[in-house]
Ligand binder design. Structure first.
Ligand SMILES: Cc1ncc(COP(=O)(O)O)c(C=O)c1O
Length: 381
């Protein structure tokens, strides 16, 4: 059963849609340029690492065809990444490799992180493959299927009674006390190297996708829609596409209305450390983050996106259903890029602001499959 407090009918009725538009900065801030340079220098290393990683095969690019009023849509299906149902395993595997190369991870060490599910499962997988003990902190409210997925990889779980951000604080304290190596996918002052490696690792998704679009269809995206929790995934995608495509596509960031920390920082001109207004209890568990990765993702998102969208829970529920009709198995976080298109299809002003029309070529990423299968079945009905 889902741990959500509202019924599926109540959740489905929440079709709130907010967006902010922005022009990507011609002269990005110094923090952005320095960060992008560091990530982009490392991209070839990450791509080479995943290329030789035996179990890391290319995921499919699904051609969803023309969608009324918003153009041709391609979906990169990360639900099929390495048998782990989500893209996050790319970050875990590469982060451990880089820690080893730097001499920061030795035989017998324990690695740890906090997770809403996917990053923990990805790290547990990476630790098992590389022979490390993994202890994963999870919020008490996490559904059983997501816990099982982490434990199946041989990791130990520690429950924390609180939301994602409370969990982050607790794991930092315990990791320090026990001498465990923290492999977190969000950054703060003084904790930047590992989350930057993880951000860089996500470039593999976009390298594959742009190449598949070009080779299989002779097309480049005009728009790339990116889900944000803390923003690492989106920043990795932007960093890769900026290097690869000239002029770059328009980047659209999407979050749940209840966890809209990037949106909120943009709205008030914040510094990336501002918490979202919501309770981080949206249906999209993977995106329920209250504060952006302000050292490693926020500047890139602030300066390079052309729109920031916040969606109520009804949109991902509708998107899971619609993608299922296209033969795509998507979770409530995985489908949010596609959900933006569903919302835009119904709203002339939104399409105009996002510059979407019949000529657009849109890349969305299904970042996870059905990681909560009971809820998925309930949605599909
Ligand atoms: C399925 C899914 N999509 C997207 C994201 C967002 O990634 P990030 O937190 O790097 O913004 C997450 C994060 O856990 C996730 O699990």
């Amino acid at each position: 059963m889902s741990t959500l407090k509202k019924s599926l009918t109540e959740l489905s009725a929440d079709l709130e849609t907010r967006w902010l538009v922005s022009e990507p900065k011609e002269t990005p801030g110094e923090d952005t340029s320095a960060l992008l340079e560091r990530i982009q220098l490392e991209i070839p290393v990450a791509l080479a690492f995943h290329r030789v990683l035996e179990e890391c095969e290319e995921t499919p690019l699904v051609d969803l065809g023309a969608m009324e009023k918003v153009g041709r849509v391609f979906l990169k299906d990360e639900g099929q990444r390495m048998g782990m149902k989500a893209f996050k395993v790319l970050g875990g595997t590469y982060a451990l490799h880089r820690l080893e190369v730097r001499g920061d991870l030795q035989e017998g060490d324990t690695v740890t992180t906090f997770t809403d599910g996917n990053h923990g499962a990805g790290l547990a997988y990476a630790a098992r493959q590389a022979g490390y003990r993994a202890v994963i902190f999870v919020p008490k409210v996490m559904v059983k299927s997501r816990r099982d997925r982490i434990e199946e990889q041989g990791a130990e779980l520690i429950e924390v009674d609180g939301d994602y951000d409370t969990t982050v604080a607790e794991v930092m304290r315990v990791a320090k006390e026990k001498g465990w190596v923290l492999v977190g996918d969000t950054s703060w002052e003084g904790y930047e190297q590992v989350p930057r490696d993880i951000t860089t690792a996500y470039s593999t998704i976009f390298a594959e996708a742009l190449c598949q679009m070009k080779e299989e269809h002779g097309l480049e995206p005009t728009h790339v829609i990116l889900q944000a929790g803390v923003g690492s995934f989106a920043a990795g995608g932007i960093a890769y596409c900026l290097e690869e495509q000239e002029p770059p596509p328009r980047f659209v960031c999407v979050e749940p209305t209840d966890a809209d920390c990037i949106y909120e920082n943009v709205r008030v001109g914040g510094d990336g450390k501002l918490a979202c207004q919501g309770q981080t209890e949206s249906v999209s568990a993977g995106l329920n983050c209250g504060i952006p990765a302000y050292k490693t993702a926020w500047p890139i998102l602030r300066d390079h996106c052309s729109a920031y969208v916040a969606l109520g829970d009804g949109w991902p529920i509708a998107a899971v259903r619609e993608l299922h009709k296209h033969g795509v198995i998507s979770g409530e976080s995985g489908c949010c890029g596609y959900a933006v298109l569903m919302a835009a299809r119904k709203d002339d002003q939104m399409r105009e602001d996002l510059k979407l029309n019949d000529q657009s070529v849109v890349l969305v990423v299904n970042t996870e499959a059905a990681t909560d299968p009971d809820f998925f079945d309930e949605i599909i009905g």
